[in-house]
Design a protein around this ligand. Structure first.
Ligand code: NAD
Length: 230
């Protein structure tokens, strides 16, 4: 079971959240990542995600995304991401659990329609399903909202044989709690991150450096070990 965060996409040019130069040094989380912020100023929120979507559409997957897709072609991998980008998919992974939703999808607050959406969103955007004007928001999970796919993750977790956390600061729950849950089930745990996260002390092992380097090396090791055991 692999959990990824913003760090896996950092070398593709997408900003992380809590690093010194991260998105939260420029924007107030309460303004752009809560339902209350959206109710107060929808234009600010839509513009924030429009800018991030435009940035994403010009970004490309990096070696870490590609390595994880390679791993899944050899091992039974459940890939869970907190990222709202689609770089895992574009890097070759085909079953990605997006617990915080997707920046390239819309959600209609009127009829709950979810669909692929790559253009700008404005307060005049019309829901293609129910035709309501102004009901379209990004299909991303904001603070105070329930993450997606919780049931599926809770089902998979106890059966994992290894839990690997990649490029996440371990600050946002429930994802931050998976390492402790895995330990309770006796599942070995590994952290791959630029630097030790807040939860580093909970992991059995930690390897630190840029994701394109350490993830690629770890995947190569896993694939070689499988070939060696075959
Ligand atoms: P984060 O910014 O908190 O942490 C990123 C981690 O990646 C850090 O530990 C950092 O050391 C590491 N890192 C940076 N560059 C790296 C690299 N090149 N290689 C490897 N690691 C690198 O991001 P997070 O942990 O993903 O945050 C948790 C989640 O909270 C986010 O993924 C996001 O879904 C959610 N969130 C969402 C919003 C929103 O807009 N809806 C707002 C805030 C947080």
């Amino acid at each position: 079971m692999i959990l990824t965060g913003a760090g896996v996409s950092a070398e593709s040019g997408l900003g992380t959240f809590r690093d010194v130069d991260g998105l939260w040094s420029e924007y107030d989380l309460e303004d752009v990542a809560t339902p209350q912020g959206y109710a107060r100023n929808p234009k600010l929120v839509l513009d924030f995600y429009n800018a991030r979507r435009a940035n994403l559409l010009s970004a490309t997957p990096n070696k870490a995304h590609q390595a994880l897709a390679r791993l899944a072609s050899q091992h039974d991998v459940t890939l869970i991401t907190q990222n709202i980008d689609d770089l895992h998919e574009r890097g070759g992974s085909d079953d990605v659990i997006h617990m915080h939703g997707s920046l390239v999808e819309s959600l209609c607050t009127s009829c709950s329609d979810v669909r692929d959406w790559r253009e700008e969103m404005t307060s005049d955007s019309t829901c293609p399903q129910c035709k309501t004007v102004g009901s379209i928001r990004p299909n991303v999970v904001w603070f105070g909202e329930m993450p997606y796919h919780m049931e599926r993750i809770e089902q998979v977790l106890p059966d994992a044989t290894l839990f690997v956390s990649i490029g996440t600061s371990g600050a946002v729950y429930p994802a931050a709690g998976y390492v402790a849950a895995c330990k309770q089930f006796g599942i070995p745990t590994l952290e791959l991150n630029l630097e030790p996260s807040d939860n580093a002390f909970l992991f059995d092992e930690g390897r630190y450096g840029p994701a394109t380097d350490i993830v690629t090396r770890w995947v190569d090791e896993m694939i070689l070990a499988k070939i060696g055991n075959a």
